[in-house]
Ligand binder design. Structure first.
Ligand SMILES: [Zn+2]
Length: 312
């Protein structure tokens, strides 16, 4: 078990928008922590109700979606997504999952954005309060969330995940906020996930070399490059099975034959780009300042060594 100077087991909490986001962003990192004595917690803000069926093979004869009309397809999807999430969580090894309890808001500018139950419409302070309550109960040292640059993927639920996470990070340790939500707890570090440009370039080049084609086109390369903000590079070569396994668990969302997800095998990926990259966005540690020139290789770096006291 890995623990801090006060004897508390290290805990990392990650906030995601939809079932399947935990598989595509950070699954190997969290699988590694779960396997090496760190408590890992997933917060999933919506049930993914607006997701489409993205796997055409499930519509073939003998498969669950064969012959279903649009309404029945949606109903079946809604029942399958929690089961898929449970399977993915088991593979990654999360010790606990919390559903924040909102409805999927659908893609940007779809009519579902204005459903009063949806995450996008949720009052910011109420939604932040739900997350603060979970943070105070779980006591994570590290919180992981989406980054602040939404140009690459402006899904309203992903934007909201970022917005409530940055507020919850500040408010969880502040007794003037949400006095009914349990004793205060100040997480020590907050990280942003990022799909680095170097990862994209390296994987694109490997696909061209090994397969002769790549799904990464102009659109992908015109996404903002945030590589100069990366502070943390983790070698997760031995845990890539968590990414591929968890993605496949979300069978309604992920097509096993889709080169975007599975163009390279785990072994090939481990050779080409065995890393996950993170941006340290907030830190309460005074003597620990990683940067793009001085990279960390562990989200808990500096915590054991640091003397810290919680805000009160
Ligand atoms: Zn999502």
């Amino acid at each position: 078990m890995r623990s801090d100077a006060n004897g508390n087991q290290f805990c990392a909490l990650t906030v995601h928008a939809h079932p399947d986001d935990e598989a595509s962003k950070g699954a190997p990192t969290f699988a590694m922590y779960a396997a090496t004595g760190v408590r890992t917690v997933l917060v999933c803000c919506t049930g993914g109700e607006e997701g489409d069926l993205n796997n055409p093979s499930l519509k073939e004869p003998g498969m669950p979606f064969y012959g279903l009309d649009e309404t029945s397809q949606r109903e079946l999807l809604a029942t399958m997504r929690p089961q898929e999430l449970a399977k993915s969580v088991e593979i990654i090894g999360f010790h606990k999952t919390h559903m924040l309890g909102y409805r999927d808001s659908g893609m940007a500018e779809s009519p579902e954005n204005s459903n009063p139950e949806c995450f996008h419409m949720a009052d910011m302070d109420d939604a932040t309060g739900r997350l603060v309550k979970i943070i105070r109960a779980e006591k994570p040292h590290v919180v992981v969330t989406y980054n602040d640059d939404h140009r690459g993927y402006p899904h309203p639920d992903h934007i909201k995940v970022h917005e409530i996470s940055i507020r919850a990070f500040d408010r969880a340790g502040d007794p003037s906020w949400y006095p009914q939500a349990g004793p205060v707890w100040q997480p020590l570090k907050m990280y942003y996930s990022v799909w680095s440009r170097s990862r994209l370039t390296t994987i694109h080049e490997a696909l061209m070399r090994l397969r002769g084609s790549s799904p990464y086109d102009e659109n992908w390369f015109s996404r903002p490059n945030m590589d100069d903000r990366i502070t943390t590079k983790m070698n997760i070569a031995d845990y890539l099975w968590a990414r591929s396994g968890a993605l496949k668990a979300h069978a309604t969302q992920v097509d096993e034959n889709e080169p975007f997800w599975f163009g390279l095998s785990d072994d090939e990926l481990a050779e080409v780009y065995p890393f996950e990259d993170w941006i340290l966005a907030e830190s309460c540690l005074e003597n620990h300042k990683p940067s793009s020139e001085n990279l960390e290789d562990d989200l808990f770096a500096g915590i054991s060594e640091s003397k810290y006291s919680f805000r009160s």
